[in-house]
Design a protein around this ligand. Structure first.
Ligand code: NI
Length: 210
C-alpha cells in the first residue's frame, strides 16, 4: 500500500474488507449450517401436540389418550386420601356434569391419581362413584402416572407425615379439547358459573358420546 495513500482511503479499504468478510461469513453460514425443515418451523408455531398417556381406568381397562379422541375432557389430578381439595374438585365436576344436562354427553370428567401406590383400580372405582357415576378414574404404575403428569404439566410430590404421607399436587382442572390439546383450566377460586361457562363452551366443540 503506497505510503502516500490518504488516511480516509485506508480506512475505507479496511471497512470494505470488513464488510466483504462479514458477507463471506454469512454466506458460509448459509451454505454449511443445517437447514431447518419447514415442518419443524410449523410445529413450533402451532398449538402444542396432544398429551400422551397410558393408564388403567377404574374398571381395570387399559386406556390411552386415543380412547378419548373426539371427546372434550375435564381432567383433575389428585389422590383419594386428599382431605379437601380433591373432594371439592370432584364434587364440582359432578355438579358441572349435572348442570350441563344433555351436553354432558360431550364431556368426560377424568380423575387421575398421583398416588398410584395407594389408589388401586378398586379404590378408584369406589372413590369416583361417590362423586358422580360418569367420572372416570385413572391409575397405573408409578412410572405411568409420572409420565401422565409430565404430559399435562402437572406438579406433584410426596410429603412425609407422622402417620404415612400426603401428596402435594396442582389443584387446577385441565380442560382438554377433542383433539387432546389443552384448552384452558378451571381454577378452584372461580365461581361455579364461570367454571360451568367454560365447560359448556368446551363441550360445544366435542361430539356426543357414541
Ligand atoms: Ni388433593
Amino acid at each position: 500500500m503506497p505510503a502516500a495513500m490518504p488516511r480516509y482511503f485506508r480506512i475505507g479499504l479496511i471497512l470494505a474488507a470488513a464488510v466483504a468478510g462479514t458477507a463471506l461469513g454469512l454466506l458460509a453460514f448459509e451454505i454449511f449450517s443445517p437447514a431447518v425443515p419447514q415442518r419443524q418451523v410449523q410445529q413450533a408455531t402451532a398449538r402444542p401436540p396432544a398429551a400422551a398417556f397410558e393408564l388403567l381406568d377404574h374398571t381395570g381397562r387399559a386406556v390411552t389418550q386415543t380412547d378419548f379422541d373426539g371427546r372434550a375432557m375435564m381432567i383433575f389430578f389428585g389422590f383419594t386420601n386428599c382431605p379437601d381439595v380433591c373432594p371439592t374438585a370432584l364434587s364440582t365436576a359432578g355438579e358441572i356434569l349435572d348442570a350441563l344436562g344433555p351436553d354432558a354427553d360431550r364431556l368426560t370428567a377424568v380423575f387421575v391419581t398421583v398416588d398410584p401406590e395407594r389408589d388401586t383400580v378398586d379404590r378408584m372405582a369406589e372413590y369416583v362413584a361417590a362423586f358422580h357415576p360418569r367420572i372416570v378414574g385413572l391409575t397405573g404404575t408409578v412410572d405411568q402416572v409420572r409420565r401422565a403428569t409430565e404430559a399435562y404439566g402437572i406438579f406433584f410430590r410426596k410429603v412425609p407425615q407422622q402417620d404415612g404421607y400426603s401428596m402435594d399436587h396442582t389443584a387446577v382442572t385441565l380442560l382438554v379439547d377433542p383433539a387432546g390439546r389443552l384448552a384452558g383450566t378451571l381454577d378452584p377460586h372461580e365461581s361455579f358459573d364461570v367454571m360451568l361457562g367454560k365447560a359448556r363452551r368446551l363441550a360445544g366443540r366435542a361430539q356426543p358420546a357414541s
